[in-house]
Design a protein around this ligand. Sequence first.
Ligand SMILES: [Zn+2]
Length: 511
Amino acid sequence: MLAKITSAAVVGLDAVPITVEVDIAAQGLPSFTIVGLGDKAIEESKERVRAALRNTGADLPPKRITVNLAPADLPKEGPAYDLPIALGILIASEQLKTDANDSIFLGELSLDGSLRRIWGVLPCAIMAREKNFKNLFVPVDNVSEAAVVDKLTIYPVKTLRQLFDHFATAPMPKQKQILPAKHQKQKFEGITESEYDFENIRGQESAKRALEIAAAGGHNLLMKGPPGAGKTLMARSFATILPKLTFEESLEVTKIYSVANLLSQNNPIITSRPIRSPHHTTSNIGLIGGGNIPRPGEISLAHRGVLFLDEFPEFPRHVLEALRQPMEDGFIVVSRAAGSVKFPSRFTLIAASNPCPCGFFGDETRSCTCMPGTITKYQKRISGPILDRIDMHVSVPAIPAGKLTGKHQSESSSTIQKRAQKARDIQLKRFRGLKITSNAEMNNKQLKAFCNLDEASVLLLKQAISKLNLSARAFHRVIKIARTIADLEGSDKIKSNHVAEALQYRPSIDN
Ligand SMILES: [Zn+2]
């Protein structure tokens, strides 16, 4: 007899339905074969299914069993097909009678028949709802991840035995039925628990102001200064002043983490903006994404959050160049043997750089020990086009000793976050229905529509263009930052003082 069970495969960030066909032929030598472009984990599935069936009290009939995963041209990986294969065998061997046409099954089996957590459940749940499936059966450990999707009944499965009883032909007592999970509406917190707080950072007021603007409008920022000035500390504290994730943003981010297998039962949904800080020795694939079966890299794990690159010039040139396109487009296309996949990468870049290899070039208190040639070489490691894509450049000077120990109390992160949130709320309202959420994402058309400049601002910008030799790209960036500064002030119009402040953060090199 032939049984058909629906499961799912994740391609890039999205899931597609997979039909698991199980045929049991009366004729021929007993065998158990899985076909349909599976990887090693699927091949090993046979042993897990065999043991799990036995330990469930069911049989693997001594007949010719063929399992086909369709469509066959799609590479499949991982152990998520154990459960649908076992169920298919139970049905094809007539140990169980159900068609389960309106359901999707996912799960890895242990030898004792219990189910193990798998990755990529959220995209599968989203696909199940979109394709009008009614039910999704997943390992109990994956349930909270799936339960964010509404209008879909999620069944948490502990063991194969439990699933068997759920579908058993003979009437089972009610307590043997699997109870569906409750749909979970998530709360989104602005501030995550953090050991960092801006109130612990004395001085550096202009850098803090720039970070507030970057948080409010999603602008990229480069901090330049000697070691010990607090660049890394400020970058780490940046997380505490970010506007909270919206529900849609959270789903986007969680999908990426689901596919990267970075969710856990305790942390099934990403509810705050991710901060990623890869080291400069991180591989190209680790940063950008890729691999045999493509996985998101750091730039996608930082989607809707922050990519912090410390010691920016230390990153290999080709890695920095690879950032250009995703910074521009908000996504990265990773090619693979069968076509290519697209991962989102809309992150805020916070970069930090020393002025020279020793760190003290231009410092008033200590002298630089670098050879003149090495300083230029060091600074040139970041190419003009990359610098041009960083909206704001701030210098973070060494802090005078007296200021570090001063009694002056700085503003707390939560005070700054409230202002950034207010400015972001204005942007969310402004861009409703436009698929963007922050000023930094505006295209030229949106820039024209939403950035009303008063006469004095226009004059100021005209002067700046001729005096500072602003490129068109730099010019647009100045207006976007001015838009955010105006939003922080609650001003609908962009005024000349907003433009004047925005011009201060202009990159020192224009291309
Ligand atoms: Zn130096």
